[in-house]
Write a protein that binds this ligand. Structure first.
Ligand code: ATP
Length: 417
């Protein structure tokens, strides 16, 4: 017998979203089409975890349903006719609509050929049973749960289960997705899924750099504790398949947790990445950058992180002048310095790095080159030299006010700073 989850859905989704998905059902019905709520939001409704990434699948033409819905609401419509999909953006949430698709996999790892299909075709192409449930939105059947692969039972048993034995061969990014869901939700791989995952780990070699990077971003940006995913990836032989030198020996656990404690208001992904490759040499790092086709800023931060690590002992000197610390660290990116602050075990080095990040990197004298010229310094290289000396004096706390800066410049001019 079909289970109806209308009351649950109506308490889970905020009223404006409920109103919209009902409208979607009505418009689709008028067009003699079907429309269903699918994927993560259905899973998270049962788990009582907030998720307002609304994904709808339309049996028919998602773009037509999206147009009909846009006409009667304030949503900003974007359509991709070639893919039969559309997005409706509202101030606090957005709705993705996709035409139900059937996928045919040619070669492992390559993107599949896609054809229009029915809901059942769309569900079988999905990664795991817990992501393959749908809720019917048409008025006559509103709230009917469509659970062709026992996803609800797997939610109860806390299991991640693939839908067919070749799932990881068709698309090995699912290996990484499985580990993310397992750790995020506190689930386990279903026994046979784990056997097949271990068997198919080498298929990760078929995945393009861009798709791998996309998965890496998800791990580093979307997961609350990415270190747990890496620990599990190590256990299952996934980490070394991504790169032979990638390891998780317990160090990452401690360092990722410290990263979150230290930096509350910045995006942590680049710092995490620097820590992930912290023990690499330049050649190994170059291979990782190429394998994941990392963007320049991330790649540069990682290079800076390991270069700074090699010279970090030079900061292990308690009486180092702030201006010396500044000149030493200035060539390195802030993210690389943050990663080294997390990594170092030396309190002295830690204090110096913290001082740089919180104060020195932004401390500037208030006088500039023009001010010096106005004070009668003649144009030429001495202006730059005086500005550097003034900046150092500012960093070292020798000058605080603008007046003190002017006195300092005058004393430099008369040859006795
Ligand atoms: P979350 O990370 O919270 O699960 P989500 O469920 O929206 O977010 P997405 O990565 O946006 O996940 O994917 C949306 C849906 O598409 C998933 O629920 C899943 O059913 C399906 N999906 C995504 N990637 C794959 C894949 N590689 N293979 C099969 N199905 C996939």
């Amino acid at each position: 017998m079909t289970e109806n989850v209308k009351p649950k859905l109506e308490t889970y989704l905020p009223p404006p979203i409920i109103a919209l998905v009902k409208h979607a059902g009505e418009r689709a019905s008028e067009l003699a089409m079907g429309v269903y709520l699918v994927g993560g939001v259905v899973r998270d409704m049962f788990l009582e975890r907030p998720n307002y990434d609304i994904d709808l699948v339309v049996e028919g033409d998602a773009v037509r349903v999206a147009h009909a819905l846009a006409n009667e609401s304030q949503g900003k419509l974007t359509t991709h006719s070639r893919f039969g999909s559309a997005n409706l953006r509202y101030p606090d949430f957005s709705i993705d609509l996709a035409t139900a698709r059937r996928e045919i996999y040619g070669r492992p790892g390559a993107l599949p050929t896609v054809k229009p299909g029915l809901l059942a075709d769309d569900l079988i192409r999905r990664d795991f049973s817990i992501n393959a449930m749908a809720i019917c939105l048409m008025p006559q059947r509103f709230g009917d749960l469509i659970d062709l692969y026992q996803g609800k039972q797997d939610l109860k048993r806390k299991l991640i289960r693939i839908l067919h034995p070749d799932s990881f061969v068709d698309d090995a990014t699912r290996i990484l997705r499985a580990l993310r869901y397992e750790q995020r939700l506190g689930f386990r791989l279903e026994a046979n899924t784990e056997v097949l995952l271990r068997r198919d780990v080498p298929m990760l070699g078929t995945i393009s750099s861009d798709r791998l990077r996309h998965e890496l971003y998800h791990m580093l940006m979307k997961e609350p504790k990415p270190e747990k995913v890496f620990t599990r990836a190590e256990e299952l032989g996934v980490l070394k398949q991504l790169h032979l030198s990638l390891k998780d020996n317990g160090w990452l656990d401690q360092k990722f947790a410290r990263t979150r404690r230290l930096y509350k208001h910045i995006s942590l992904a680049t710092v995490y990445l620097c820590l992930l490759v912290y023990d690499f040499n330049e050649t190994e790092l170059g291979q990782v950058i190429a394998r994941f086709n990392l963007p320049t800023t991330m790649a540069e931060a990682a290079r800076h992180a390991i270069r700074l690590k090699a010279k970090l002992h030079e900061l292990d000197e308690p009486k180092l002048k702030p201006s010396k610390i500044y000149r030493f660290l200035r060539p390195y990116s802030a993210q690389a310095i943050r990663a080294n602050l997390v990594a170092t075990e030396s309190p002295v080095i830690g204090e110096h790095l913290k001082l740089y990040l919180t104060k020195l990197s932004s401390a500037r004298p208030s006088l500039n080159g023009d001010d010096l010229l106005k004070m009668g310094i003649s144009a030429g290289p001495q202006v730059g030299e005086m500005l550097t000396a003034l900046h150092n004096a500012k960093l070292d706390g020798m000058v605080k006010t603008r007046k003190e800066e002017e006195e300092f410049v005058r004393s430099l001019r008369s040859g006795c700073p």
